[in-house]
Design a protein around this ligand. Structure first.
Ligand SMILES: Nc1ncnc2c1ncn2[C@@H]1O[C@H](COP(=O)(O)OP(=O)(O)O)[C@@H](O)[C@H]1O
Ligand SMILES: [Mg+2]
Length: 219
């Protein structure tokens, strides 16, 4: 197993605002995500979780406010809510492809892929086409793809939304292991039980962080 290139960044966002369709879908959000811990963003559907995670991963720029470090996009691996798998590639190929594109050798990519698919609980389905997998299986391929990147900043948007309790627990422990290896891990969820397992919880409502971010408080 290769070590990651270094510990994750300390991500600091202040006064983050994102406008869409004439309104602020993120409204002056302050957020901190540290290496070594799992930070959760929780809130009902439409609260702004995906938007905030995209800003954290450097996929979109905020309209107002500041967020550092500037190279977040280069440091990050992202599990998007729609999975973004290539349907006519196998599970294994979906995980391997971004590694090969980043210059990881074939042998190393194969090793990391096998390990990540096992961590995500899919060791037996690696040769199945993504389009032949169930929603929950696809979600786990998307998680495996991000794990295999060994990124310093791991951003996972509702990574357990389609999983049963057993599969969800596997995914959470894999994300936690990444944090323990030094990565900065940020996930979103609207499951209070999952939020309660995270080290730090930010609760969003209508694009704004709620002052009480107790992990045990339901939405
Ligand atoms: N590109 C967009 N244009 C207009 N409205 C958007 C856009 N993206 C998101 N929204 C709206 O912003 C709100 C927050 O969306 P989102 O970040 O996806 O929330 P969540 O992930 O918590 O469900 C929702 O009301 C959504 O409809
Ligand atoms: Mg979302």
């Amino acid at each position: 197993m290769t070590t990651r290139p270094g510990v994750g960044p300390h991500v600091r966002g202040q006064g983050l605002v994102v406008h869409r369709a004439g309104r602020a879908i993120l409204d002056r959000v302050d957020i901190d995500a540290s290496p070594g811990v799992v930070t959760a963003v929780t809130g009902a559907s439409g609260a702004g979780k995906s938007t905030l995670l995209w800003v954290i991963a450097g996929l979109i720029e905020p309209d107002e406010g500041s967020i550092s470090p500037d190279d977040r996009f280069d440091l990050s691996a992202v599990v998007v809510q729609s999975y973004a798998l290539l349907p006519v590639l196998t599970a294994k190929e979906n995980v391997e492809l971004p590694l090969l594109m980043r210059g990881v050798t074939g042998e190393e990519a194969a090793r990391r892929t096998e390990e990540a698919l096992a961590q995500a609980g899919l060791p037996d389905l690696q040769d199945r086409l993504a389009e032949e997998l169930s929603g929950g299986q696809r979600q786990r391929v998307a998680v495996a793809r991000a794990l295999a990147m060994r990124a310093r900043l791991l951003v996972a948007d509702e990574p357990t939304a389609e999983l049963d309790a057993t599969a969800a627990a596997l995914v959470v422990s894999a994300l936690r292991a990444e944090a323990e290896a030094g990565a900065t891990v940020v996930l979103s969820t609207n499951d209070p039980a999952l939020a309660a397992q995270c080290d730090r919880v930010y609760r969003l409502h209508d694009g704004a962080i709620q002052p009480d971010t107790s992990p045990t408080e339901p939405d």
